[in-house]
Ligand binder design. Structure first.
Ligand SMILES: [Zn+2]
Length: 256
């Protein structure tokens, strides 16, 4: 949307991002005037508001201090979401210089986050990849697994990407069967969380065990088992949807 050249007096939070990195001088997101952070002359666009201040995106790299947005995952959820928006928009514009259909150079829409091809009139939007995540309860136990994709000793609930032509509910049943070999029932929606690594939308559910014995898919999981709610292994500590689903399941286990 509307871009402008900074004069120096503009104020707010500064998301300087390129190639899935974000500028965190002193490990924090910069707040203040553009001149305070020597950003005058750069091209910026407002992408939101947080704590009464404009959140700006500048799509470029700084010489130092470019970090993973994961470093902000344990901060305020809304701030983390806006940083995720900035990082993903920067990637979107970087990967859409040319039209995928006819190869002509594209322009940025002035009205929405989109790229337009003036030649064939195709319009492109940032891609969001929906994925499901589900907390499964069996009496006073919860199903937790160690995932191959994060080898940090952390246990979490099951998750996976939604496939083309599939409902969210179908994706949950399929992923749970593929990864753990069990059937679930009583599936219900809980909450969602944008997850900018690189462009997921996590859709969170709770479910109850129905039938079957655990058979781990070794491609996806290192191990998986039922854990008593009083005796959980290492679980995600930050303010994430997987933590929320584990806590909700534990609360249901206690009521048993
Ligand atoms: Zn085109």
């Amino acid at each position: 949307m509307m871009q402008q050249k900074l004069t120096g007096i503009e104020r707010g939070w500064w998301i300087v991002s390129l190639e899935n990195r974000v500028w965190l001088p002193q490990g924090e997101l910069p707040l203040g005037t553009a001149s305070q952070w020597s950003l005058q002359g750069h091209i910026a666009q407002p992408i939101g508001e947080w704590e009464g201040e404009t959140v700006w995106l500048i799509r470029q790299k700084m010489a130092s201090g470019m970090s993973s947005p994961r470093l902000l995952a344990d901060r305020d959820t809304k701030l983390f979401q806006l940083v995720g928006r900035g990082v993903q928009l920067a990637e979107f514009y970087r990967s859409h210089h040319f039209c995928g259909y006819c190869g002509h150079e594209m322009e940025h829409s002035q009205y929405e986050w989109a790229c337009l091809c003036g030649h064939c009139e195709e319009r492109y939007y940032p891609q969001i990849a929906p994925s499901i995540i589900v907390g499964i309860r069996r009496d006073d136990h919860i199903l937790l697994a160690q995932h191959q994709r994060n080898k940090n000793g952390m246990y979490s609930v099951l998750a996976g990407f939604v496939e083309v032509g599939e409902t969210l509910e179908e994706a949950v049943h399929r992923e749970v069967m593929e990864e753990s070999g069990i059937k679930i029932r009583n599936l219900r929606y809980v909450a969602s969380q944008p997850w900018p690594f690189p462009n997921s939308m996590m859709v969170g559910f709770l479910a109850d065990y129905d039938s079957g014995e655990i058979v781990v898919d070794p491609v996806e999981l290192i191990c998986a088992d039922w854990y008593h709610y009083d005796n959980l292994p290492l679980i995600p500590s930050s303010d994430t949807i997987s933590r929320r689903l584990i806590e909700d399941t534990v609360a249901l286990c206690r009521q048993q």
